[in-house]
Design a protein around this ligand. Sequence first.
Ligand SMILES: [Zn+2]
Ligand SMILES: [Zn+2]
Length: 320
Amino acid sequence: MSTRGFTVVLFALASCAFAQAPVPGTGLASTLFRLHEMDLHLHSGMERQVSLDKWLDLAAADGRKVVVLLDHLELYRRTPAEYQAWLDKRKDVAARYPLGQAGHEALWADFERMRQRKHMVVFTGWEVSELELDEGTEPDSLLRVDMVGFHISPNNKGNAPDGPHLIRRALQVKELQKKVPRPMVLFHPFTMRVEKVQKRARLAGKSIDQIPVSDYRFFHGDEQKRLADILRGTSIYVEIGRATGACMQQPNCRQAMIEDVKPLADMGVQFTVSTDAHSVASLERTFRPETFCEPLGVTEANVNTLVRELLAYRARIATR
Ligand SMILES: [Zn+2]
Ligand SMILES: [Zn+2]
């Protein structure tokens, strides 16, 4: 057997040793949303190209039944001149929302209206730069939404995100939740590493197929266990976004993604799925996370956990 073949067998044995425990209370398929019915990171604010009703019609047309509507928090902090320059450049968007707190309020009013939609469960959120975990953020605005996601960047101090980086962010999120008790998600950590690694290879004149599995690998040593120990049983989730599907079509990227994600799922980490759509073109593309979630061990029951938590929160505040 080749060394690679032997590694694959060893990995398969290791995966069996940590078979995923069933998620309690998820035994009835009739109570679960299908993976493609959920989009827990859907940009629906400043960058929206059509009315919010039309935007959600597009999501519904591809089967979405649960959505988290959000926008980048930092877009509302720009100066009027920066906003105008952006509008001039982005010919496809209109000045839908004012800057600052007035913009937040107008956005939330639109989102609130969407909660009346039939055949769709609507939650609200913010996407916040991970740097705000270091520098401070706007807790009052975060408290006004159902969920907060942190944008894990491919450009963090020149390095691709990796295990120690995500562990640090997870601990910071846990700390922030003491002040802002909302479910929080670490957005797209794995695909941002892939993006950075592939970009580096292209700049070096290499083809994507020459990138070894080891360059893609996110975690080393006991990092997965350490991260799982921090996240297990909490309201902190890790996103498996649509870009994961492209990675899974490249054999080395796929192998690394499985080796990075599956043990986390087996150790009880909770995940989310999303399109991270910013455009009509993106919303018109079919989203079928089933195709890439299955080999990663990211199950329907696992992803329903956040939806169930958000539903429980809505039910609880309705009883106030
Ligand atoms: Zn992002
Ligand atoms: Zn996003």
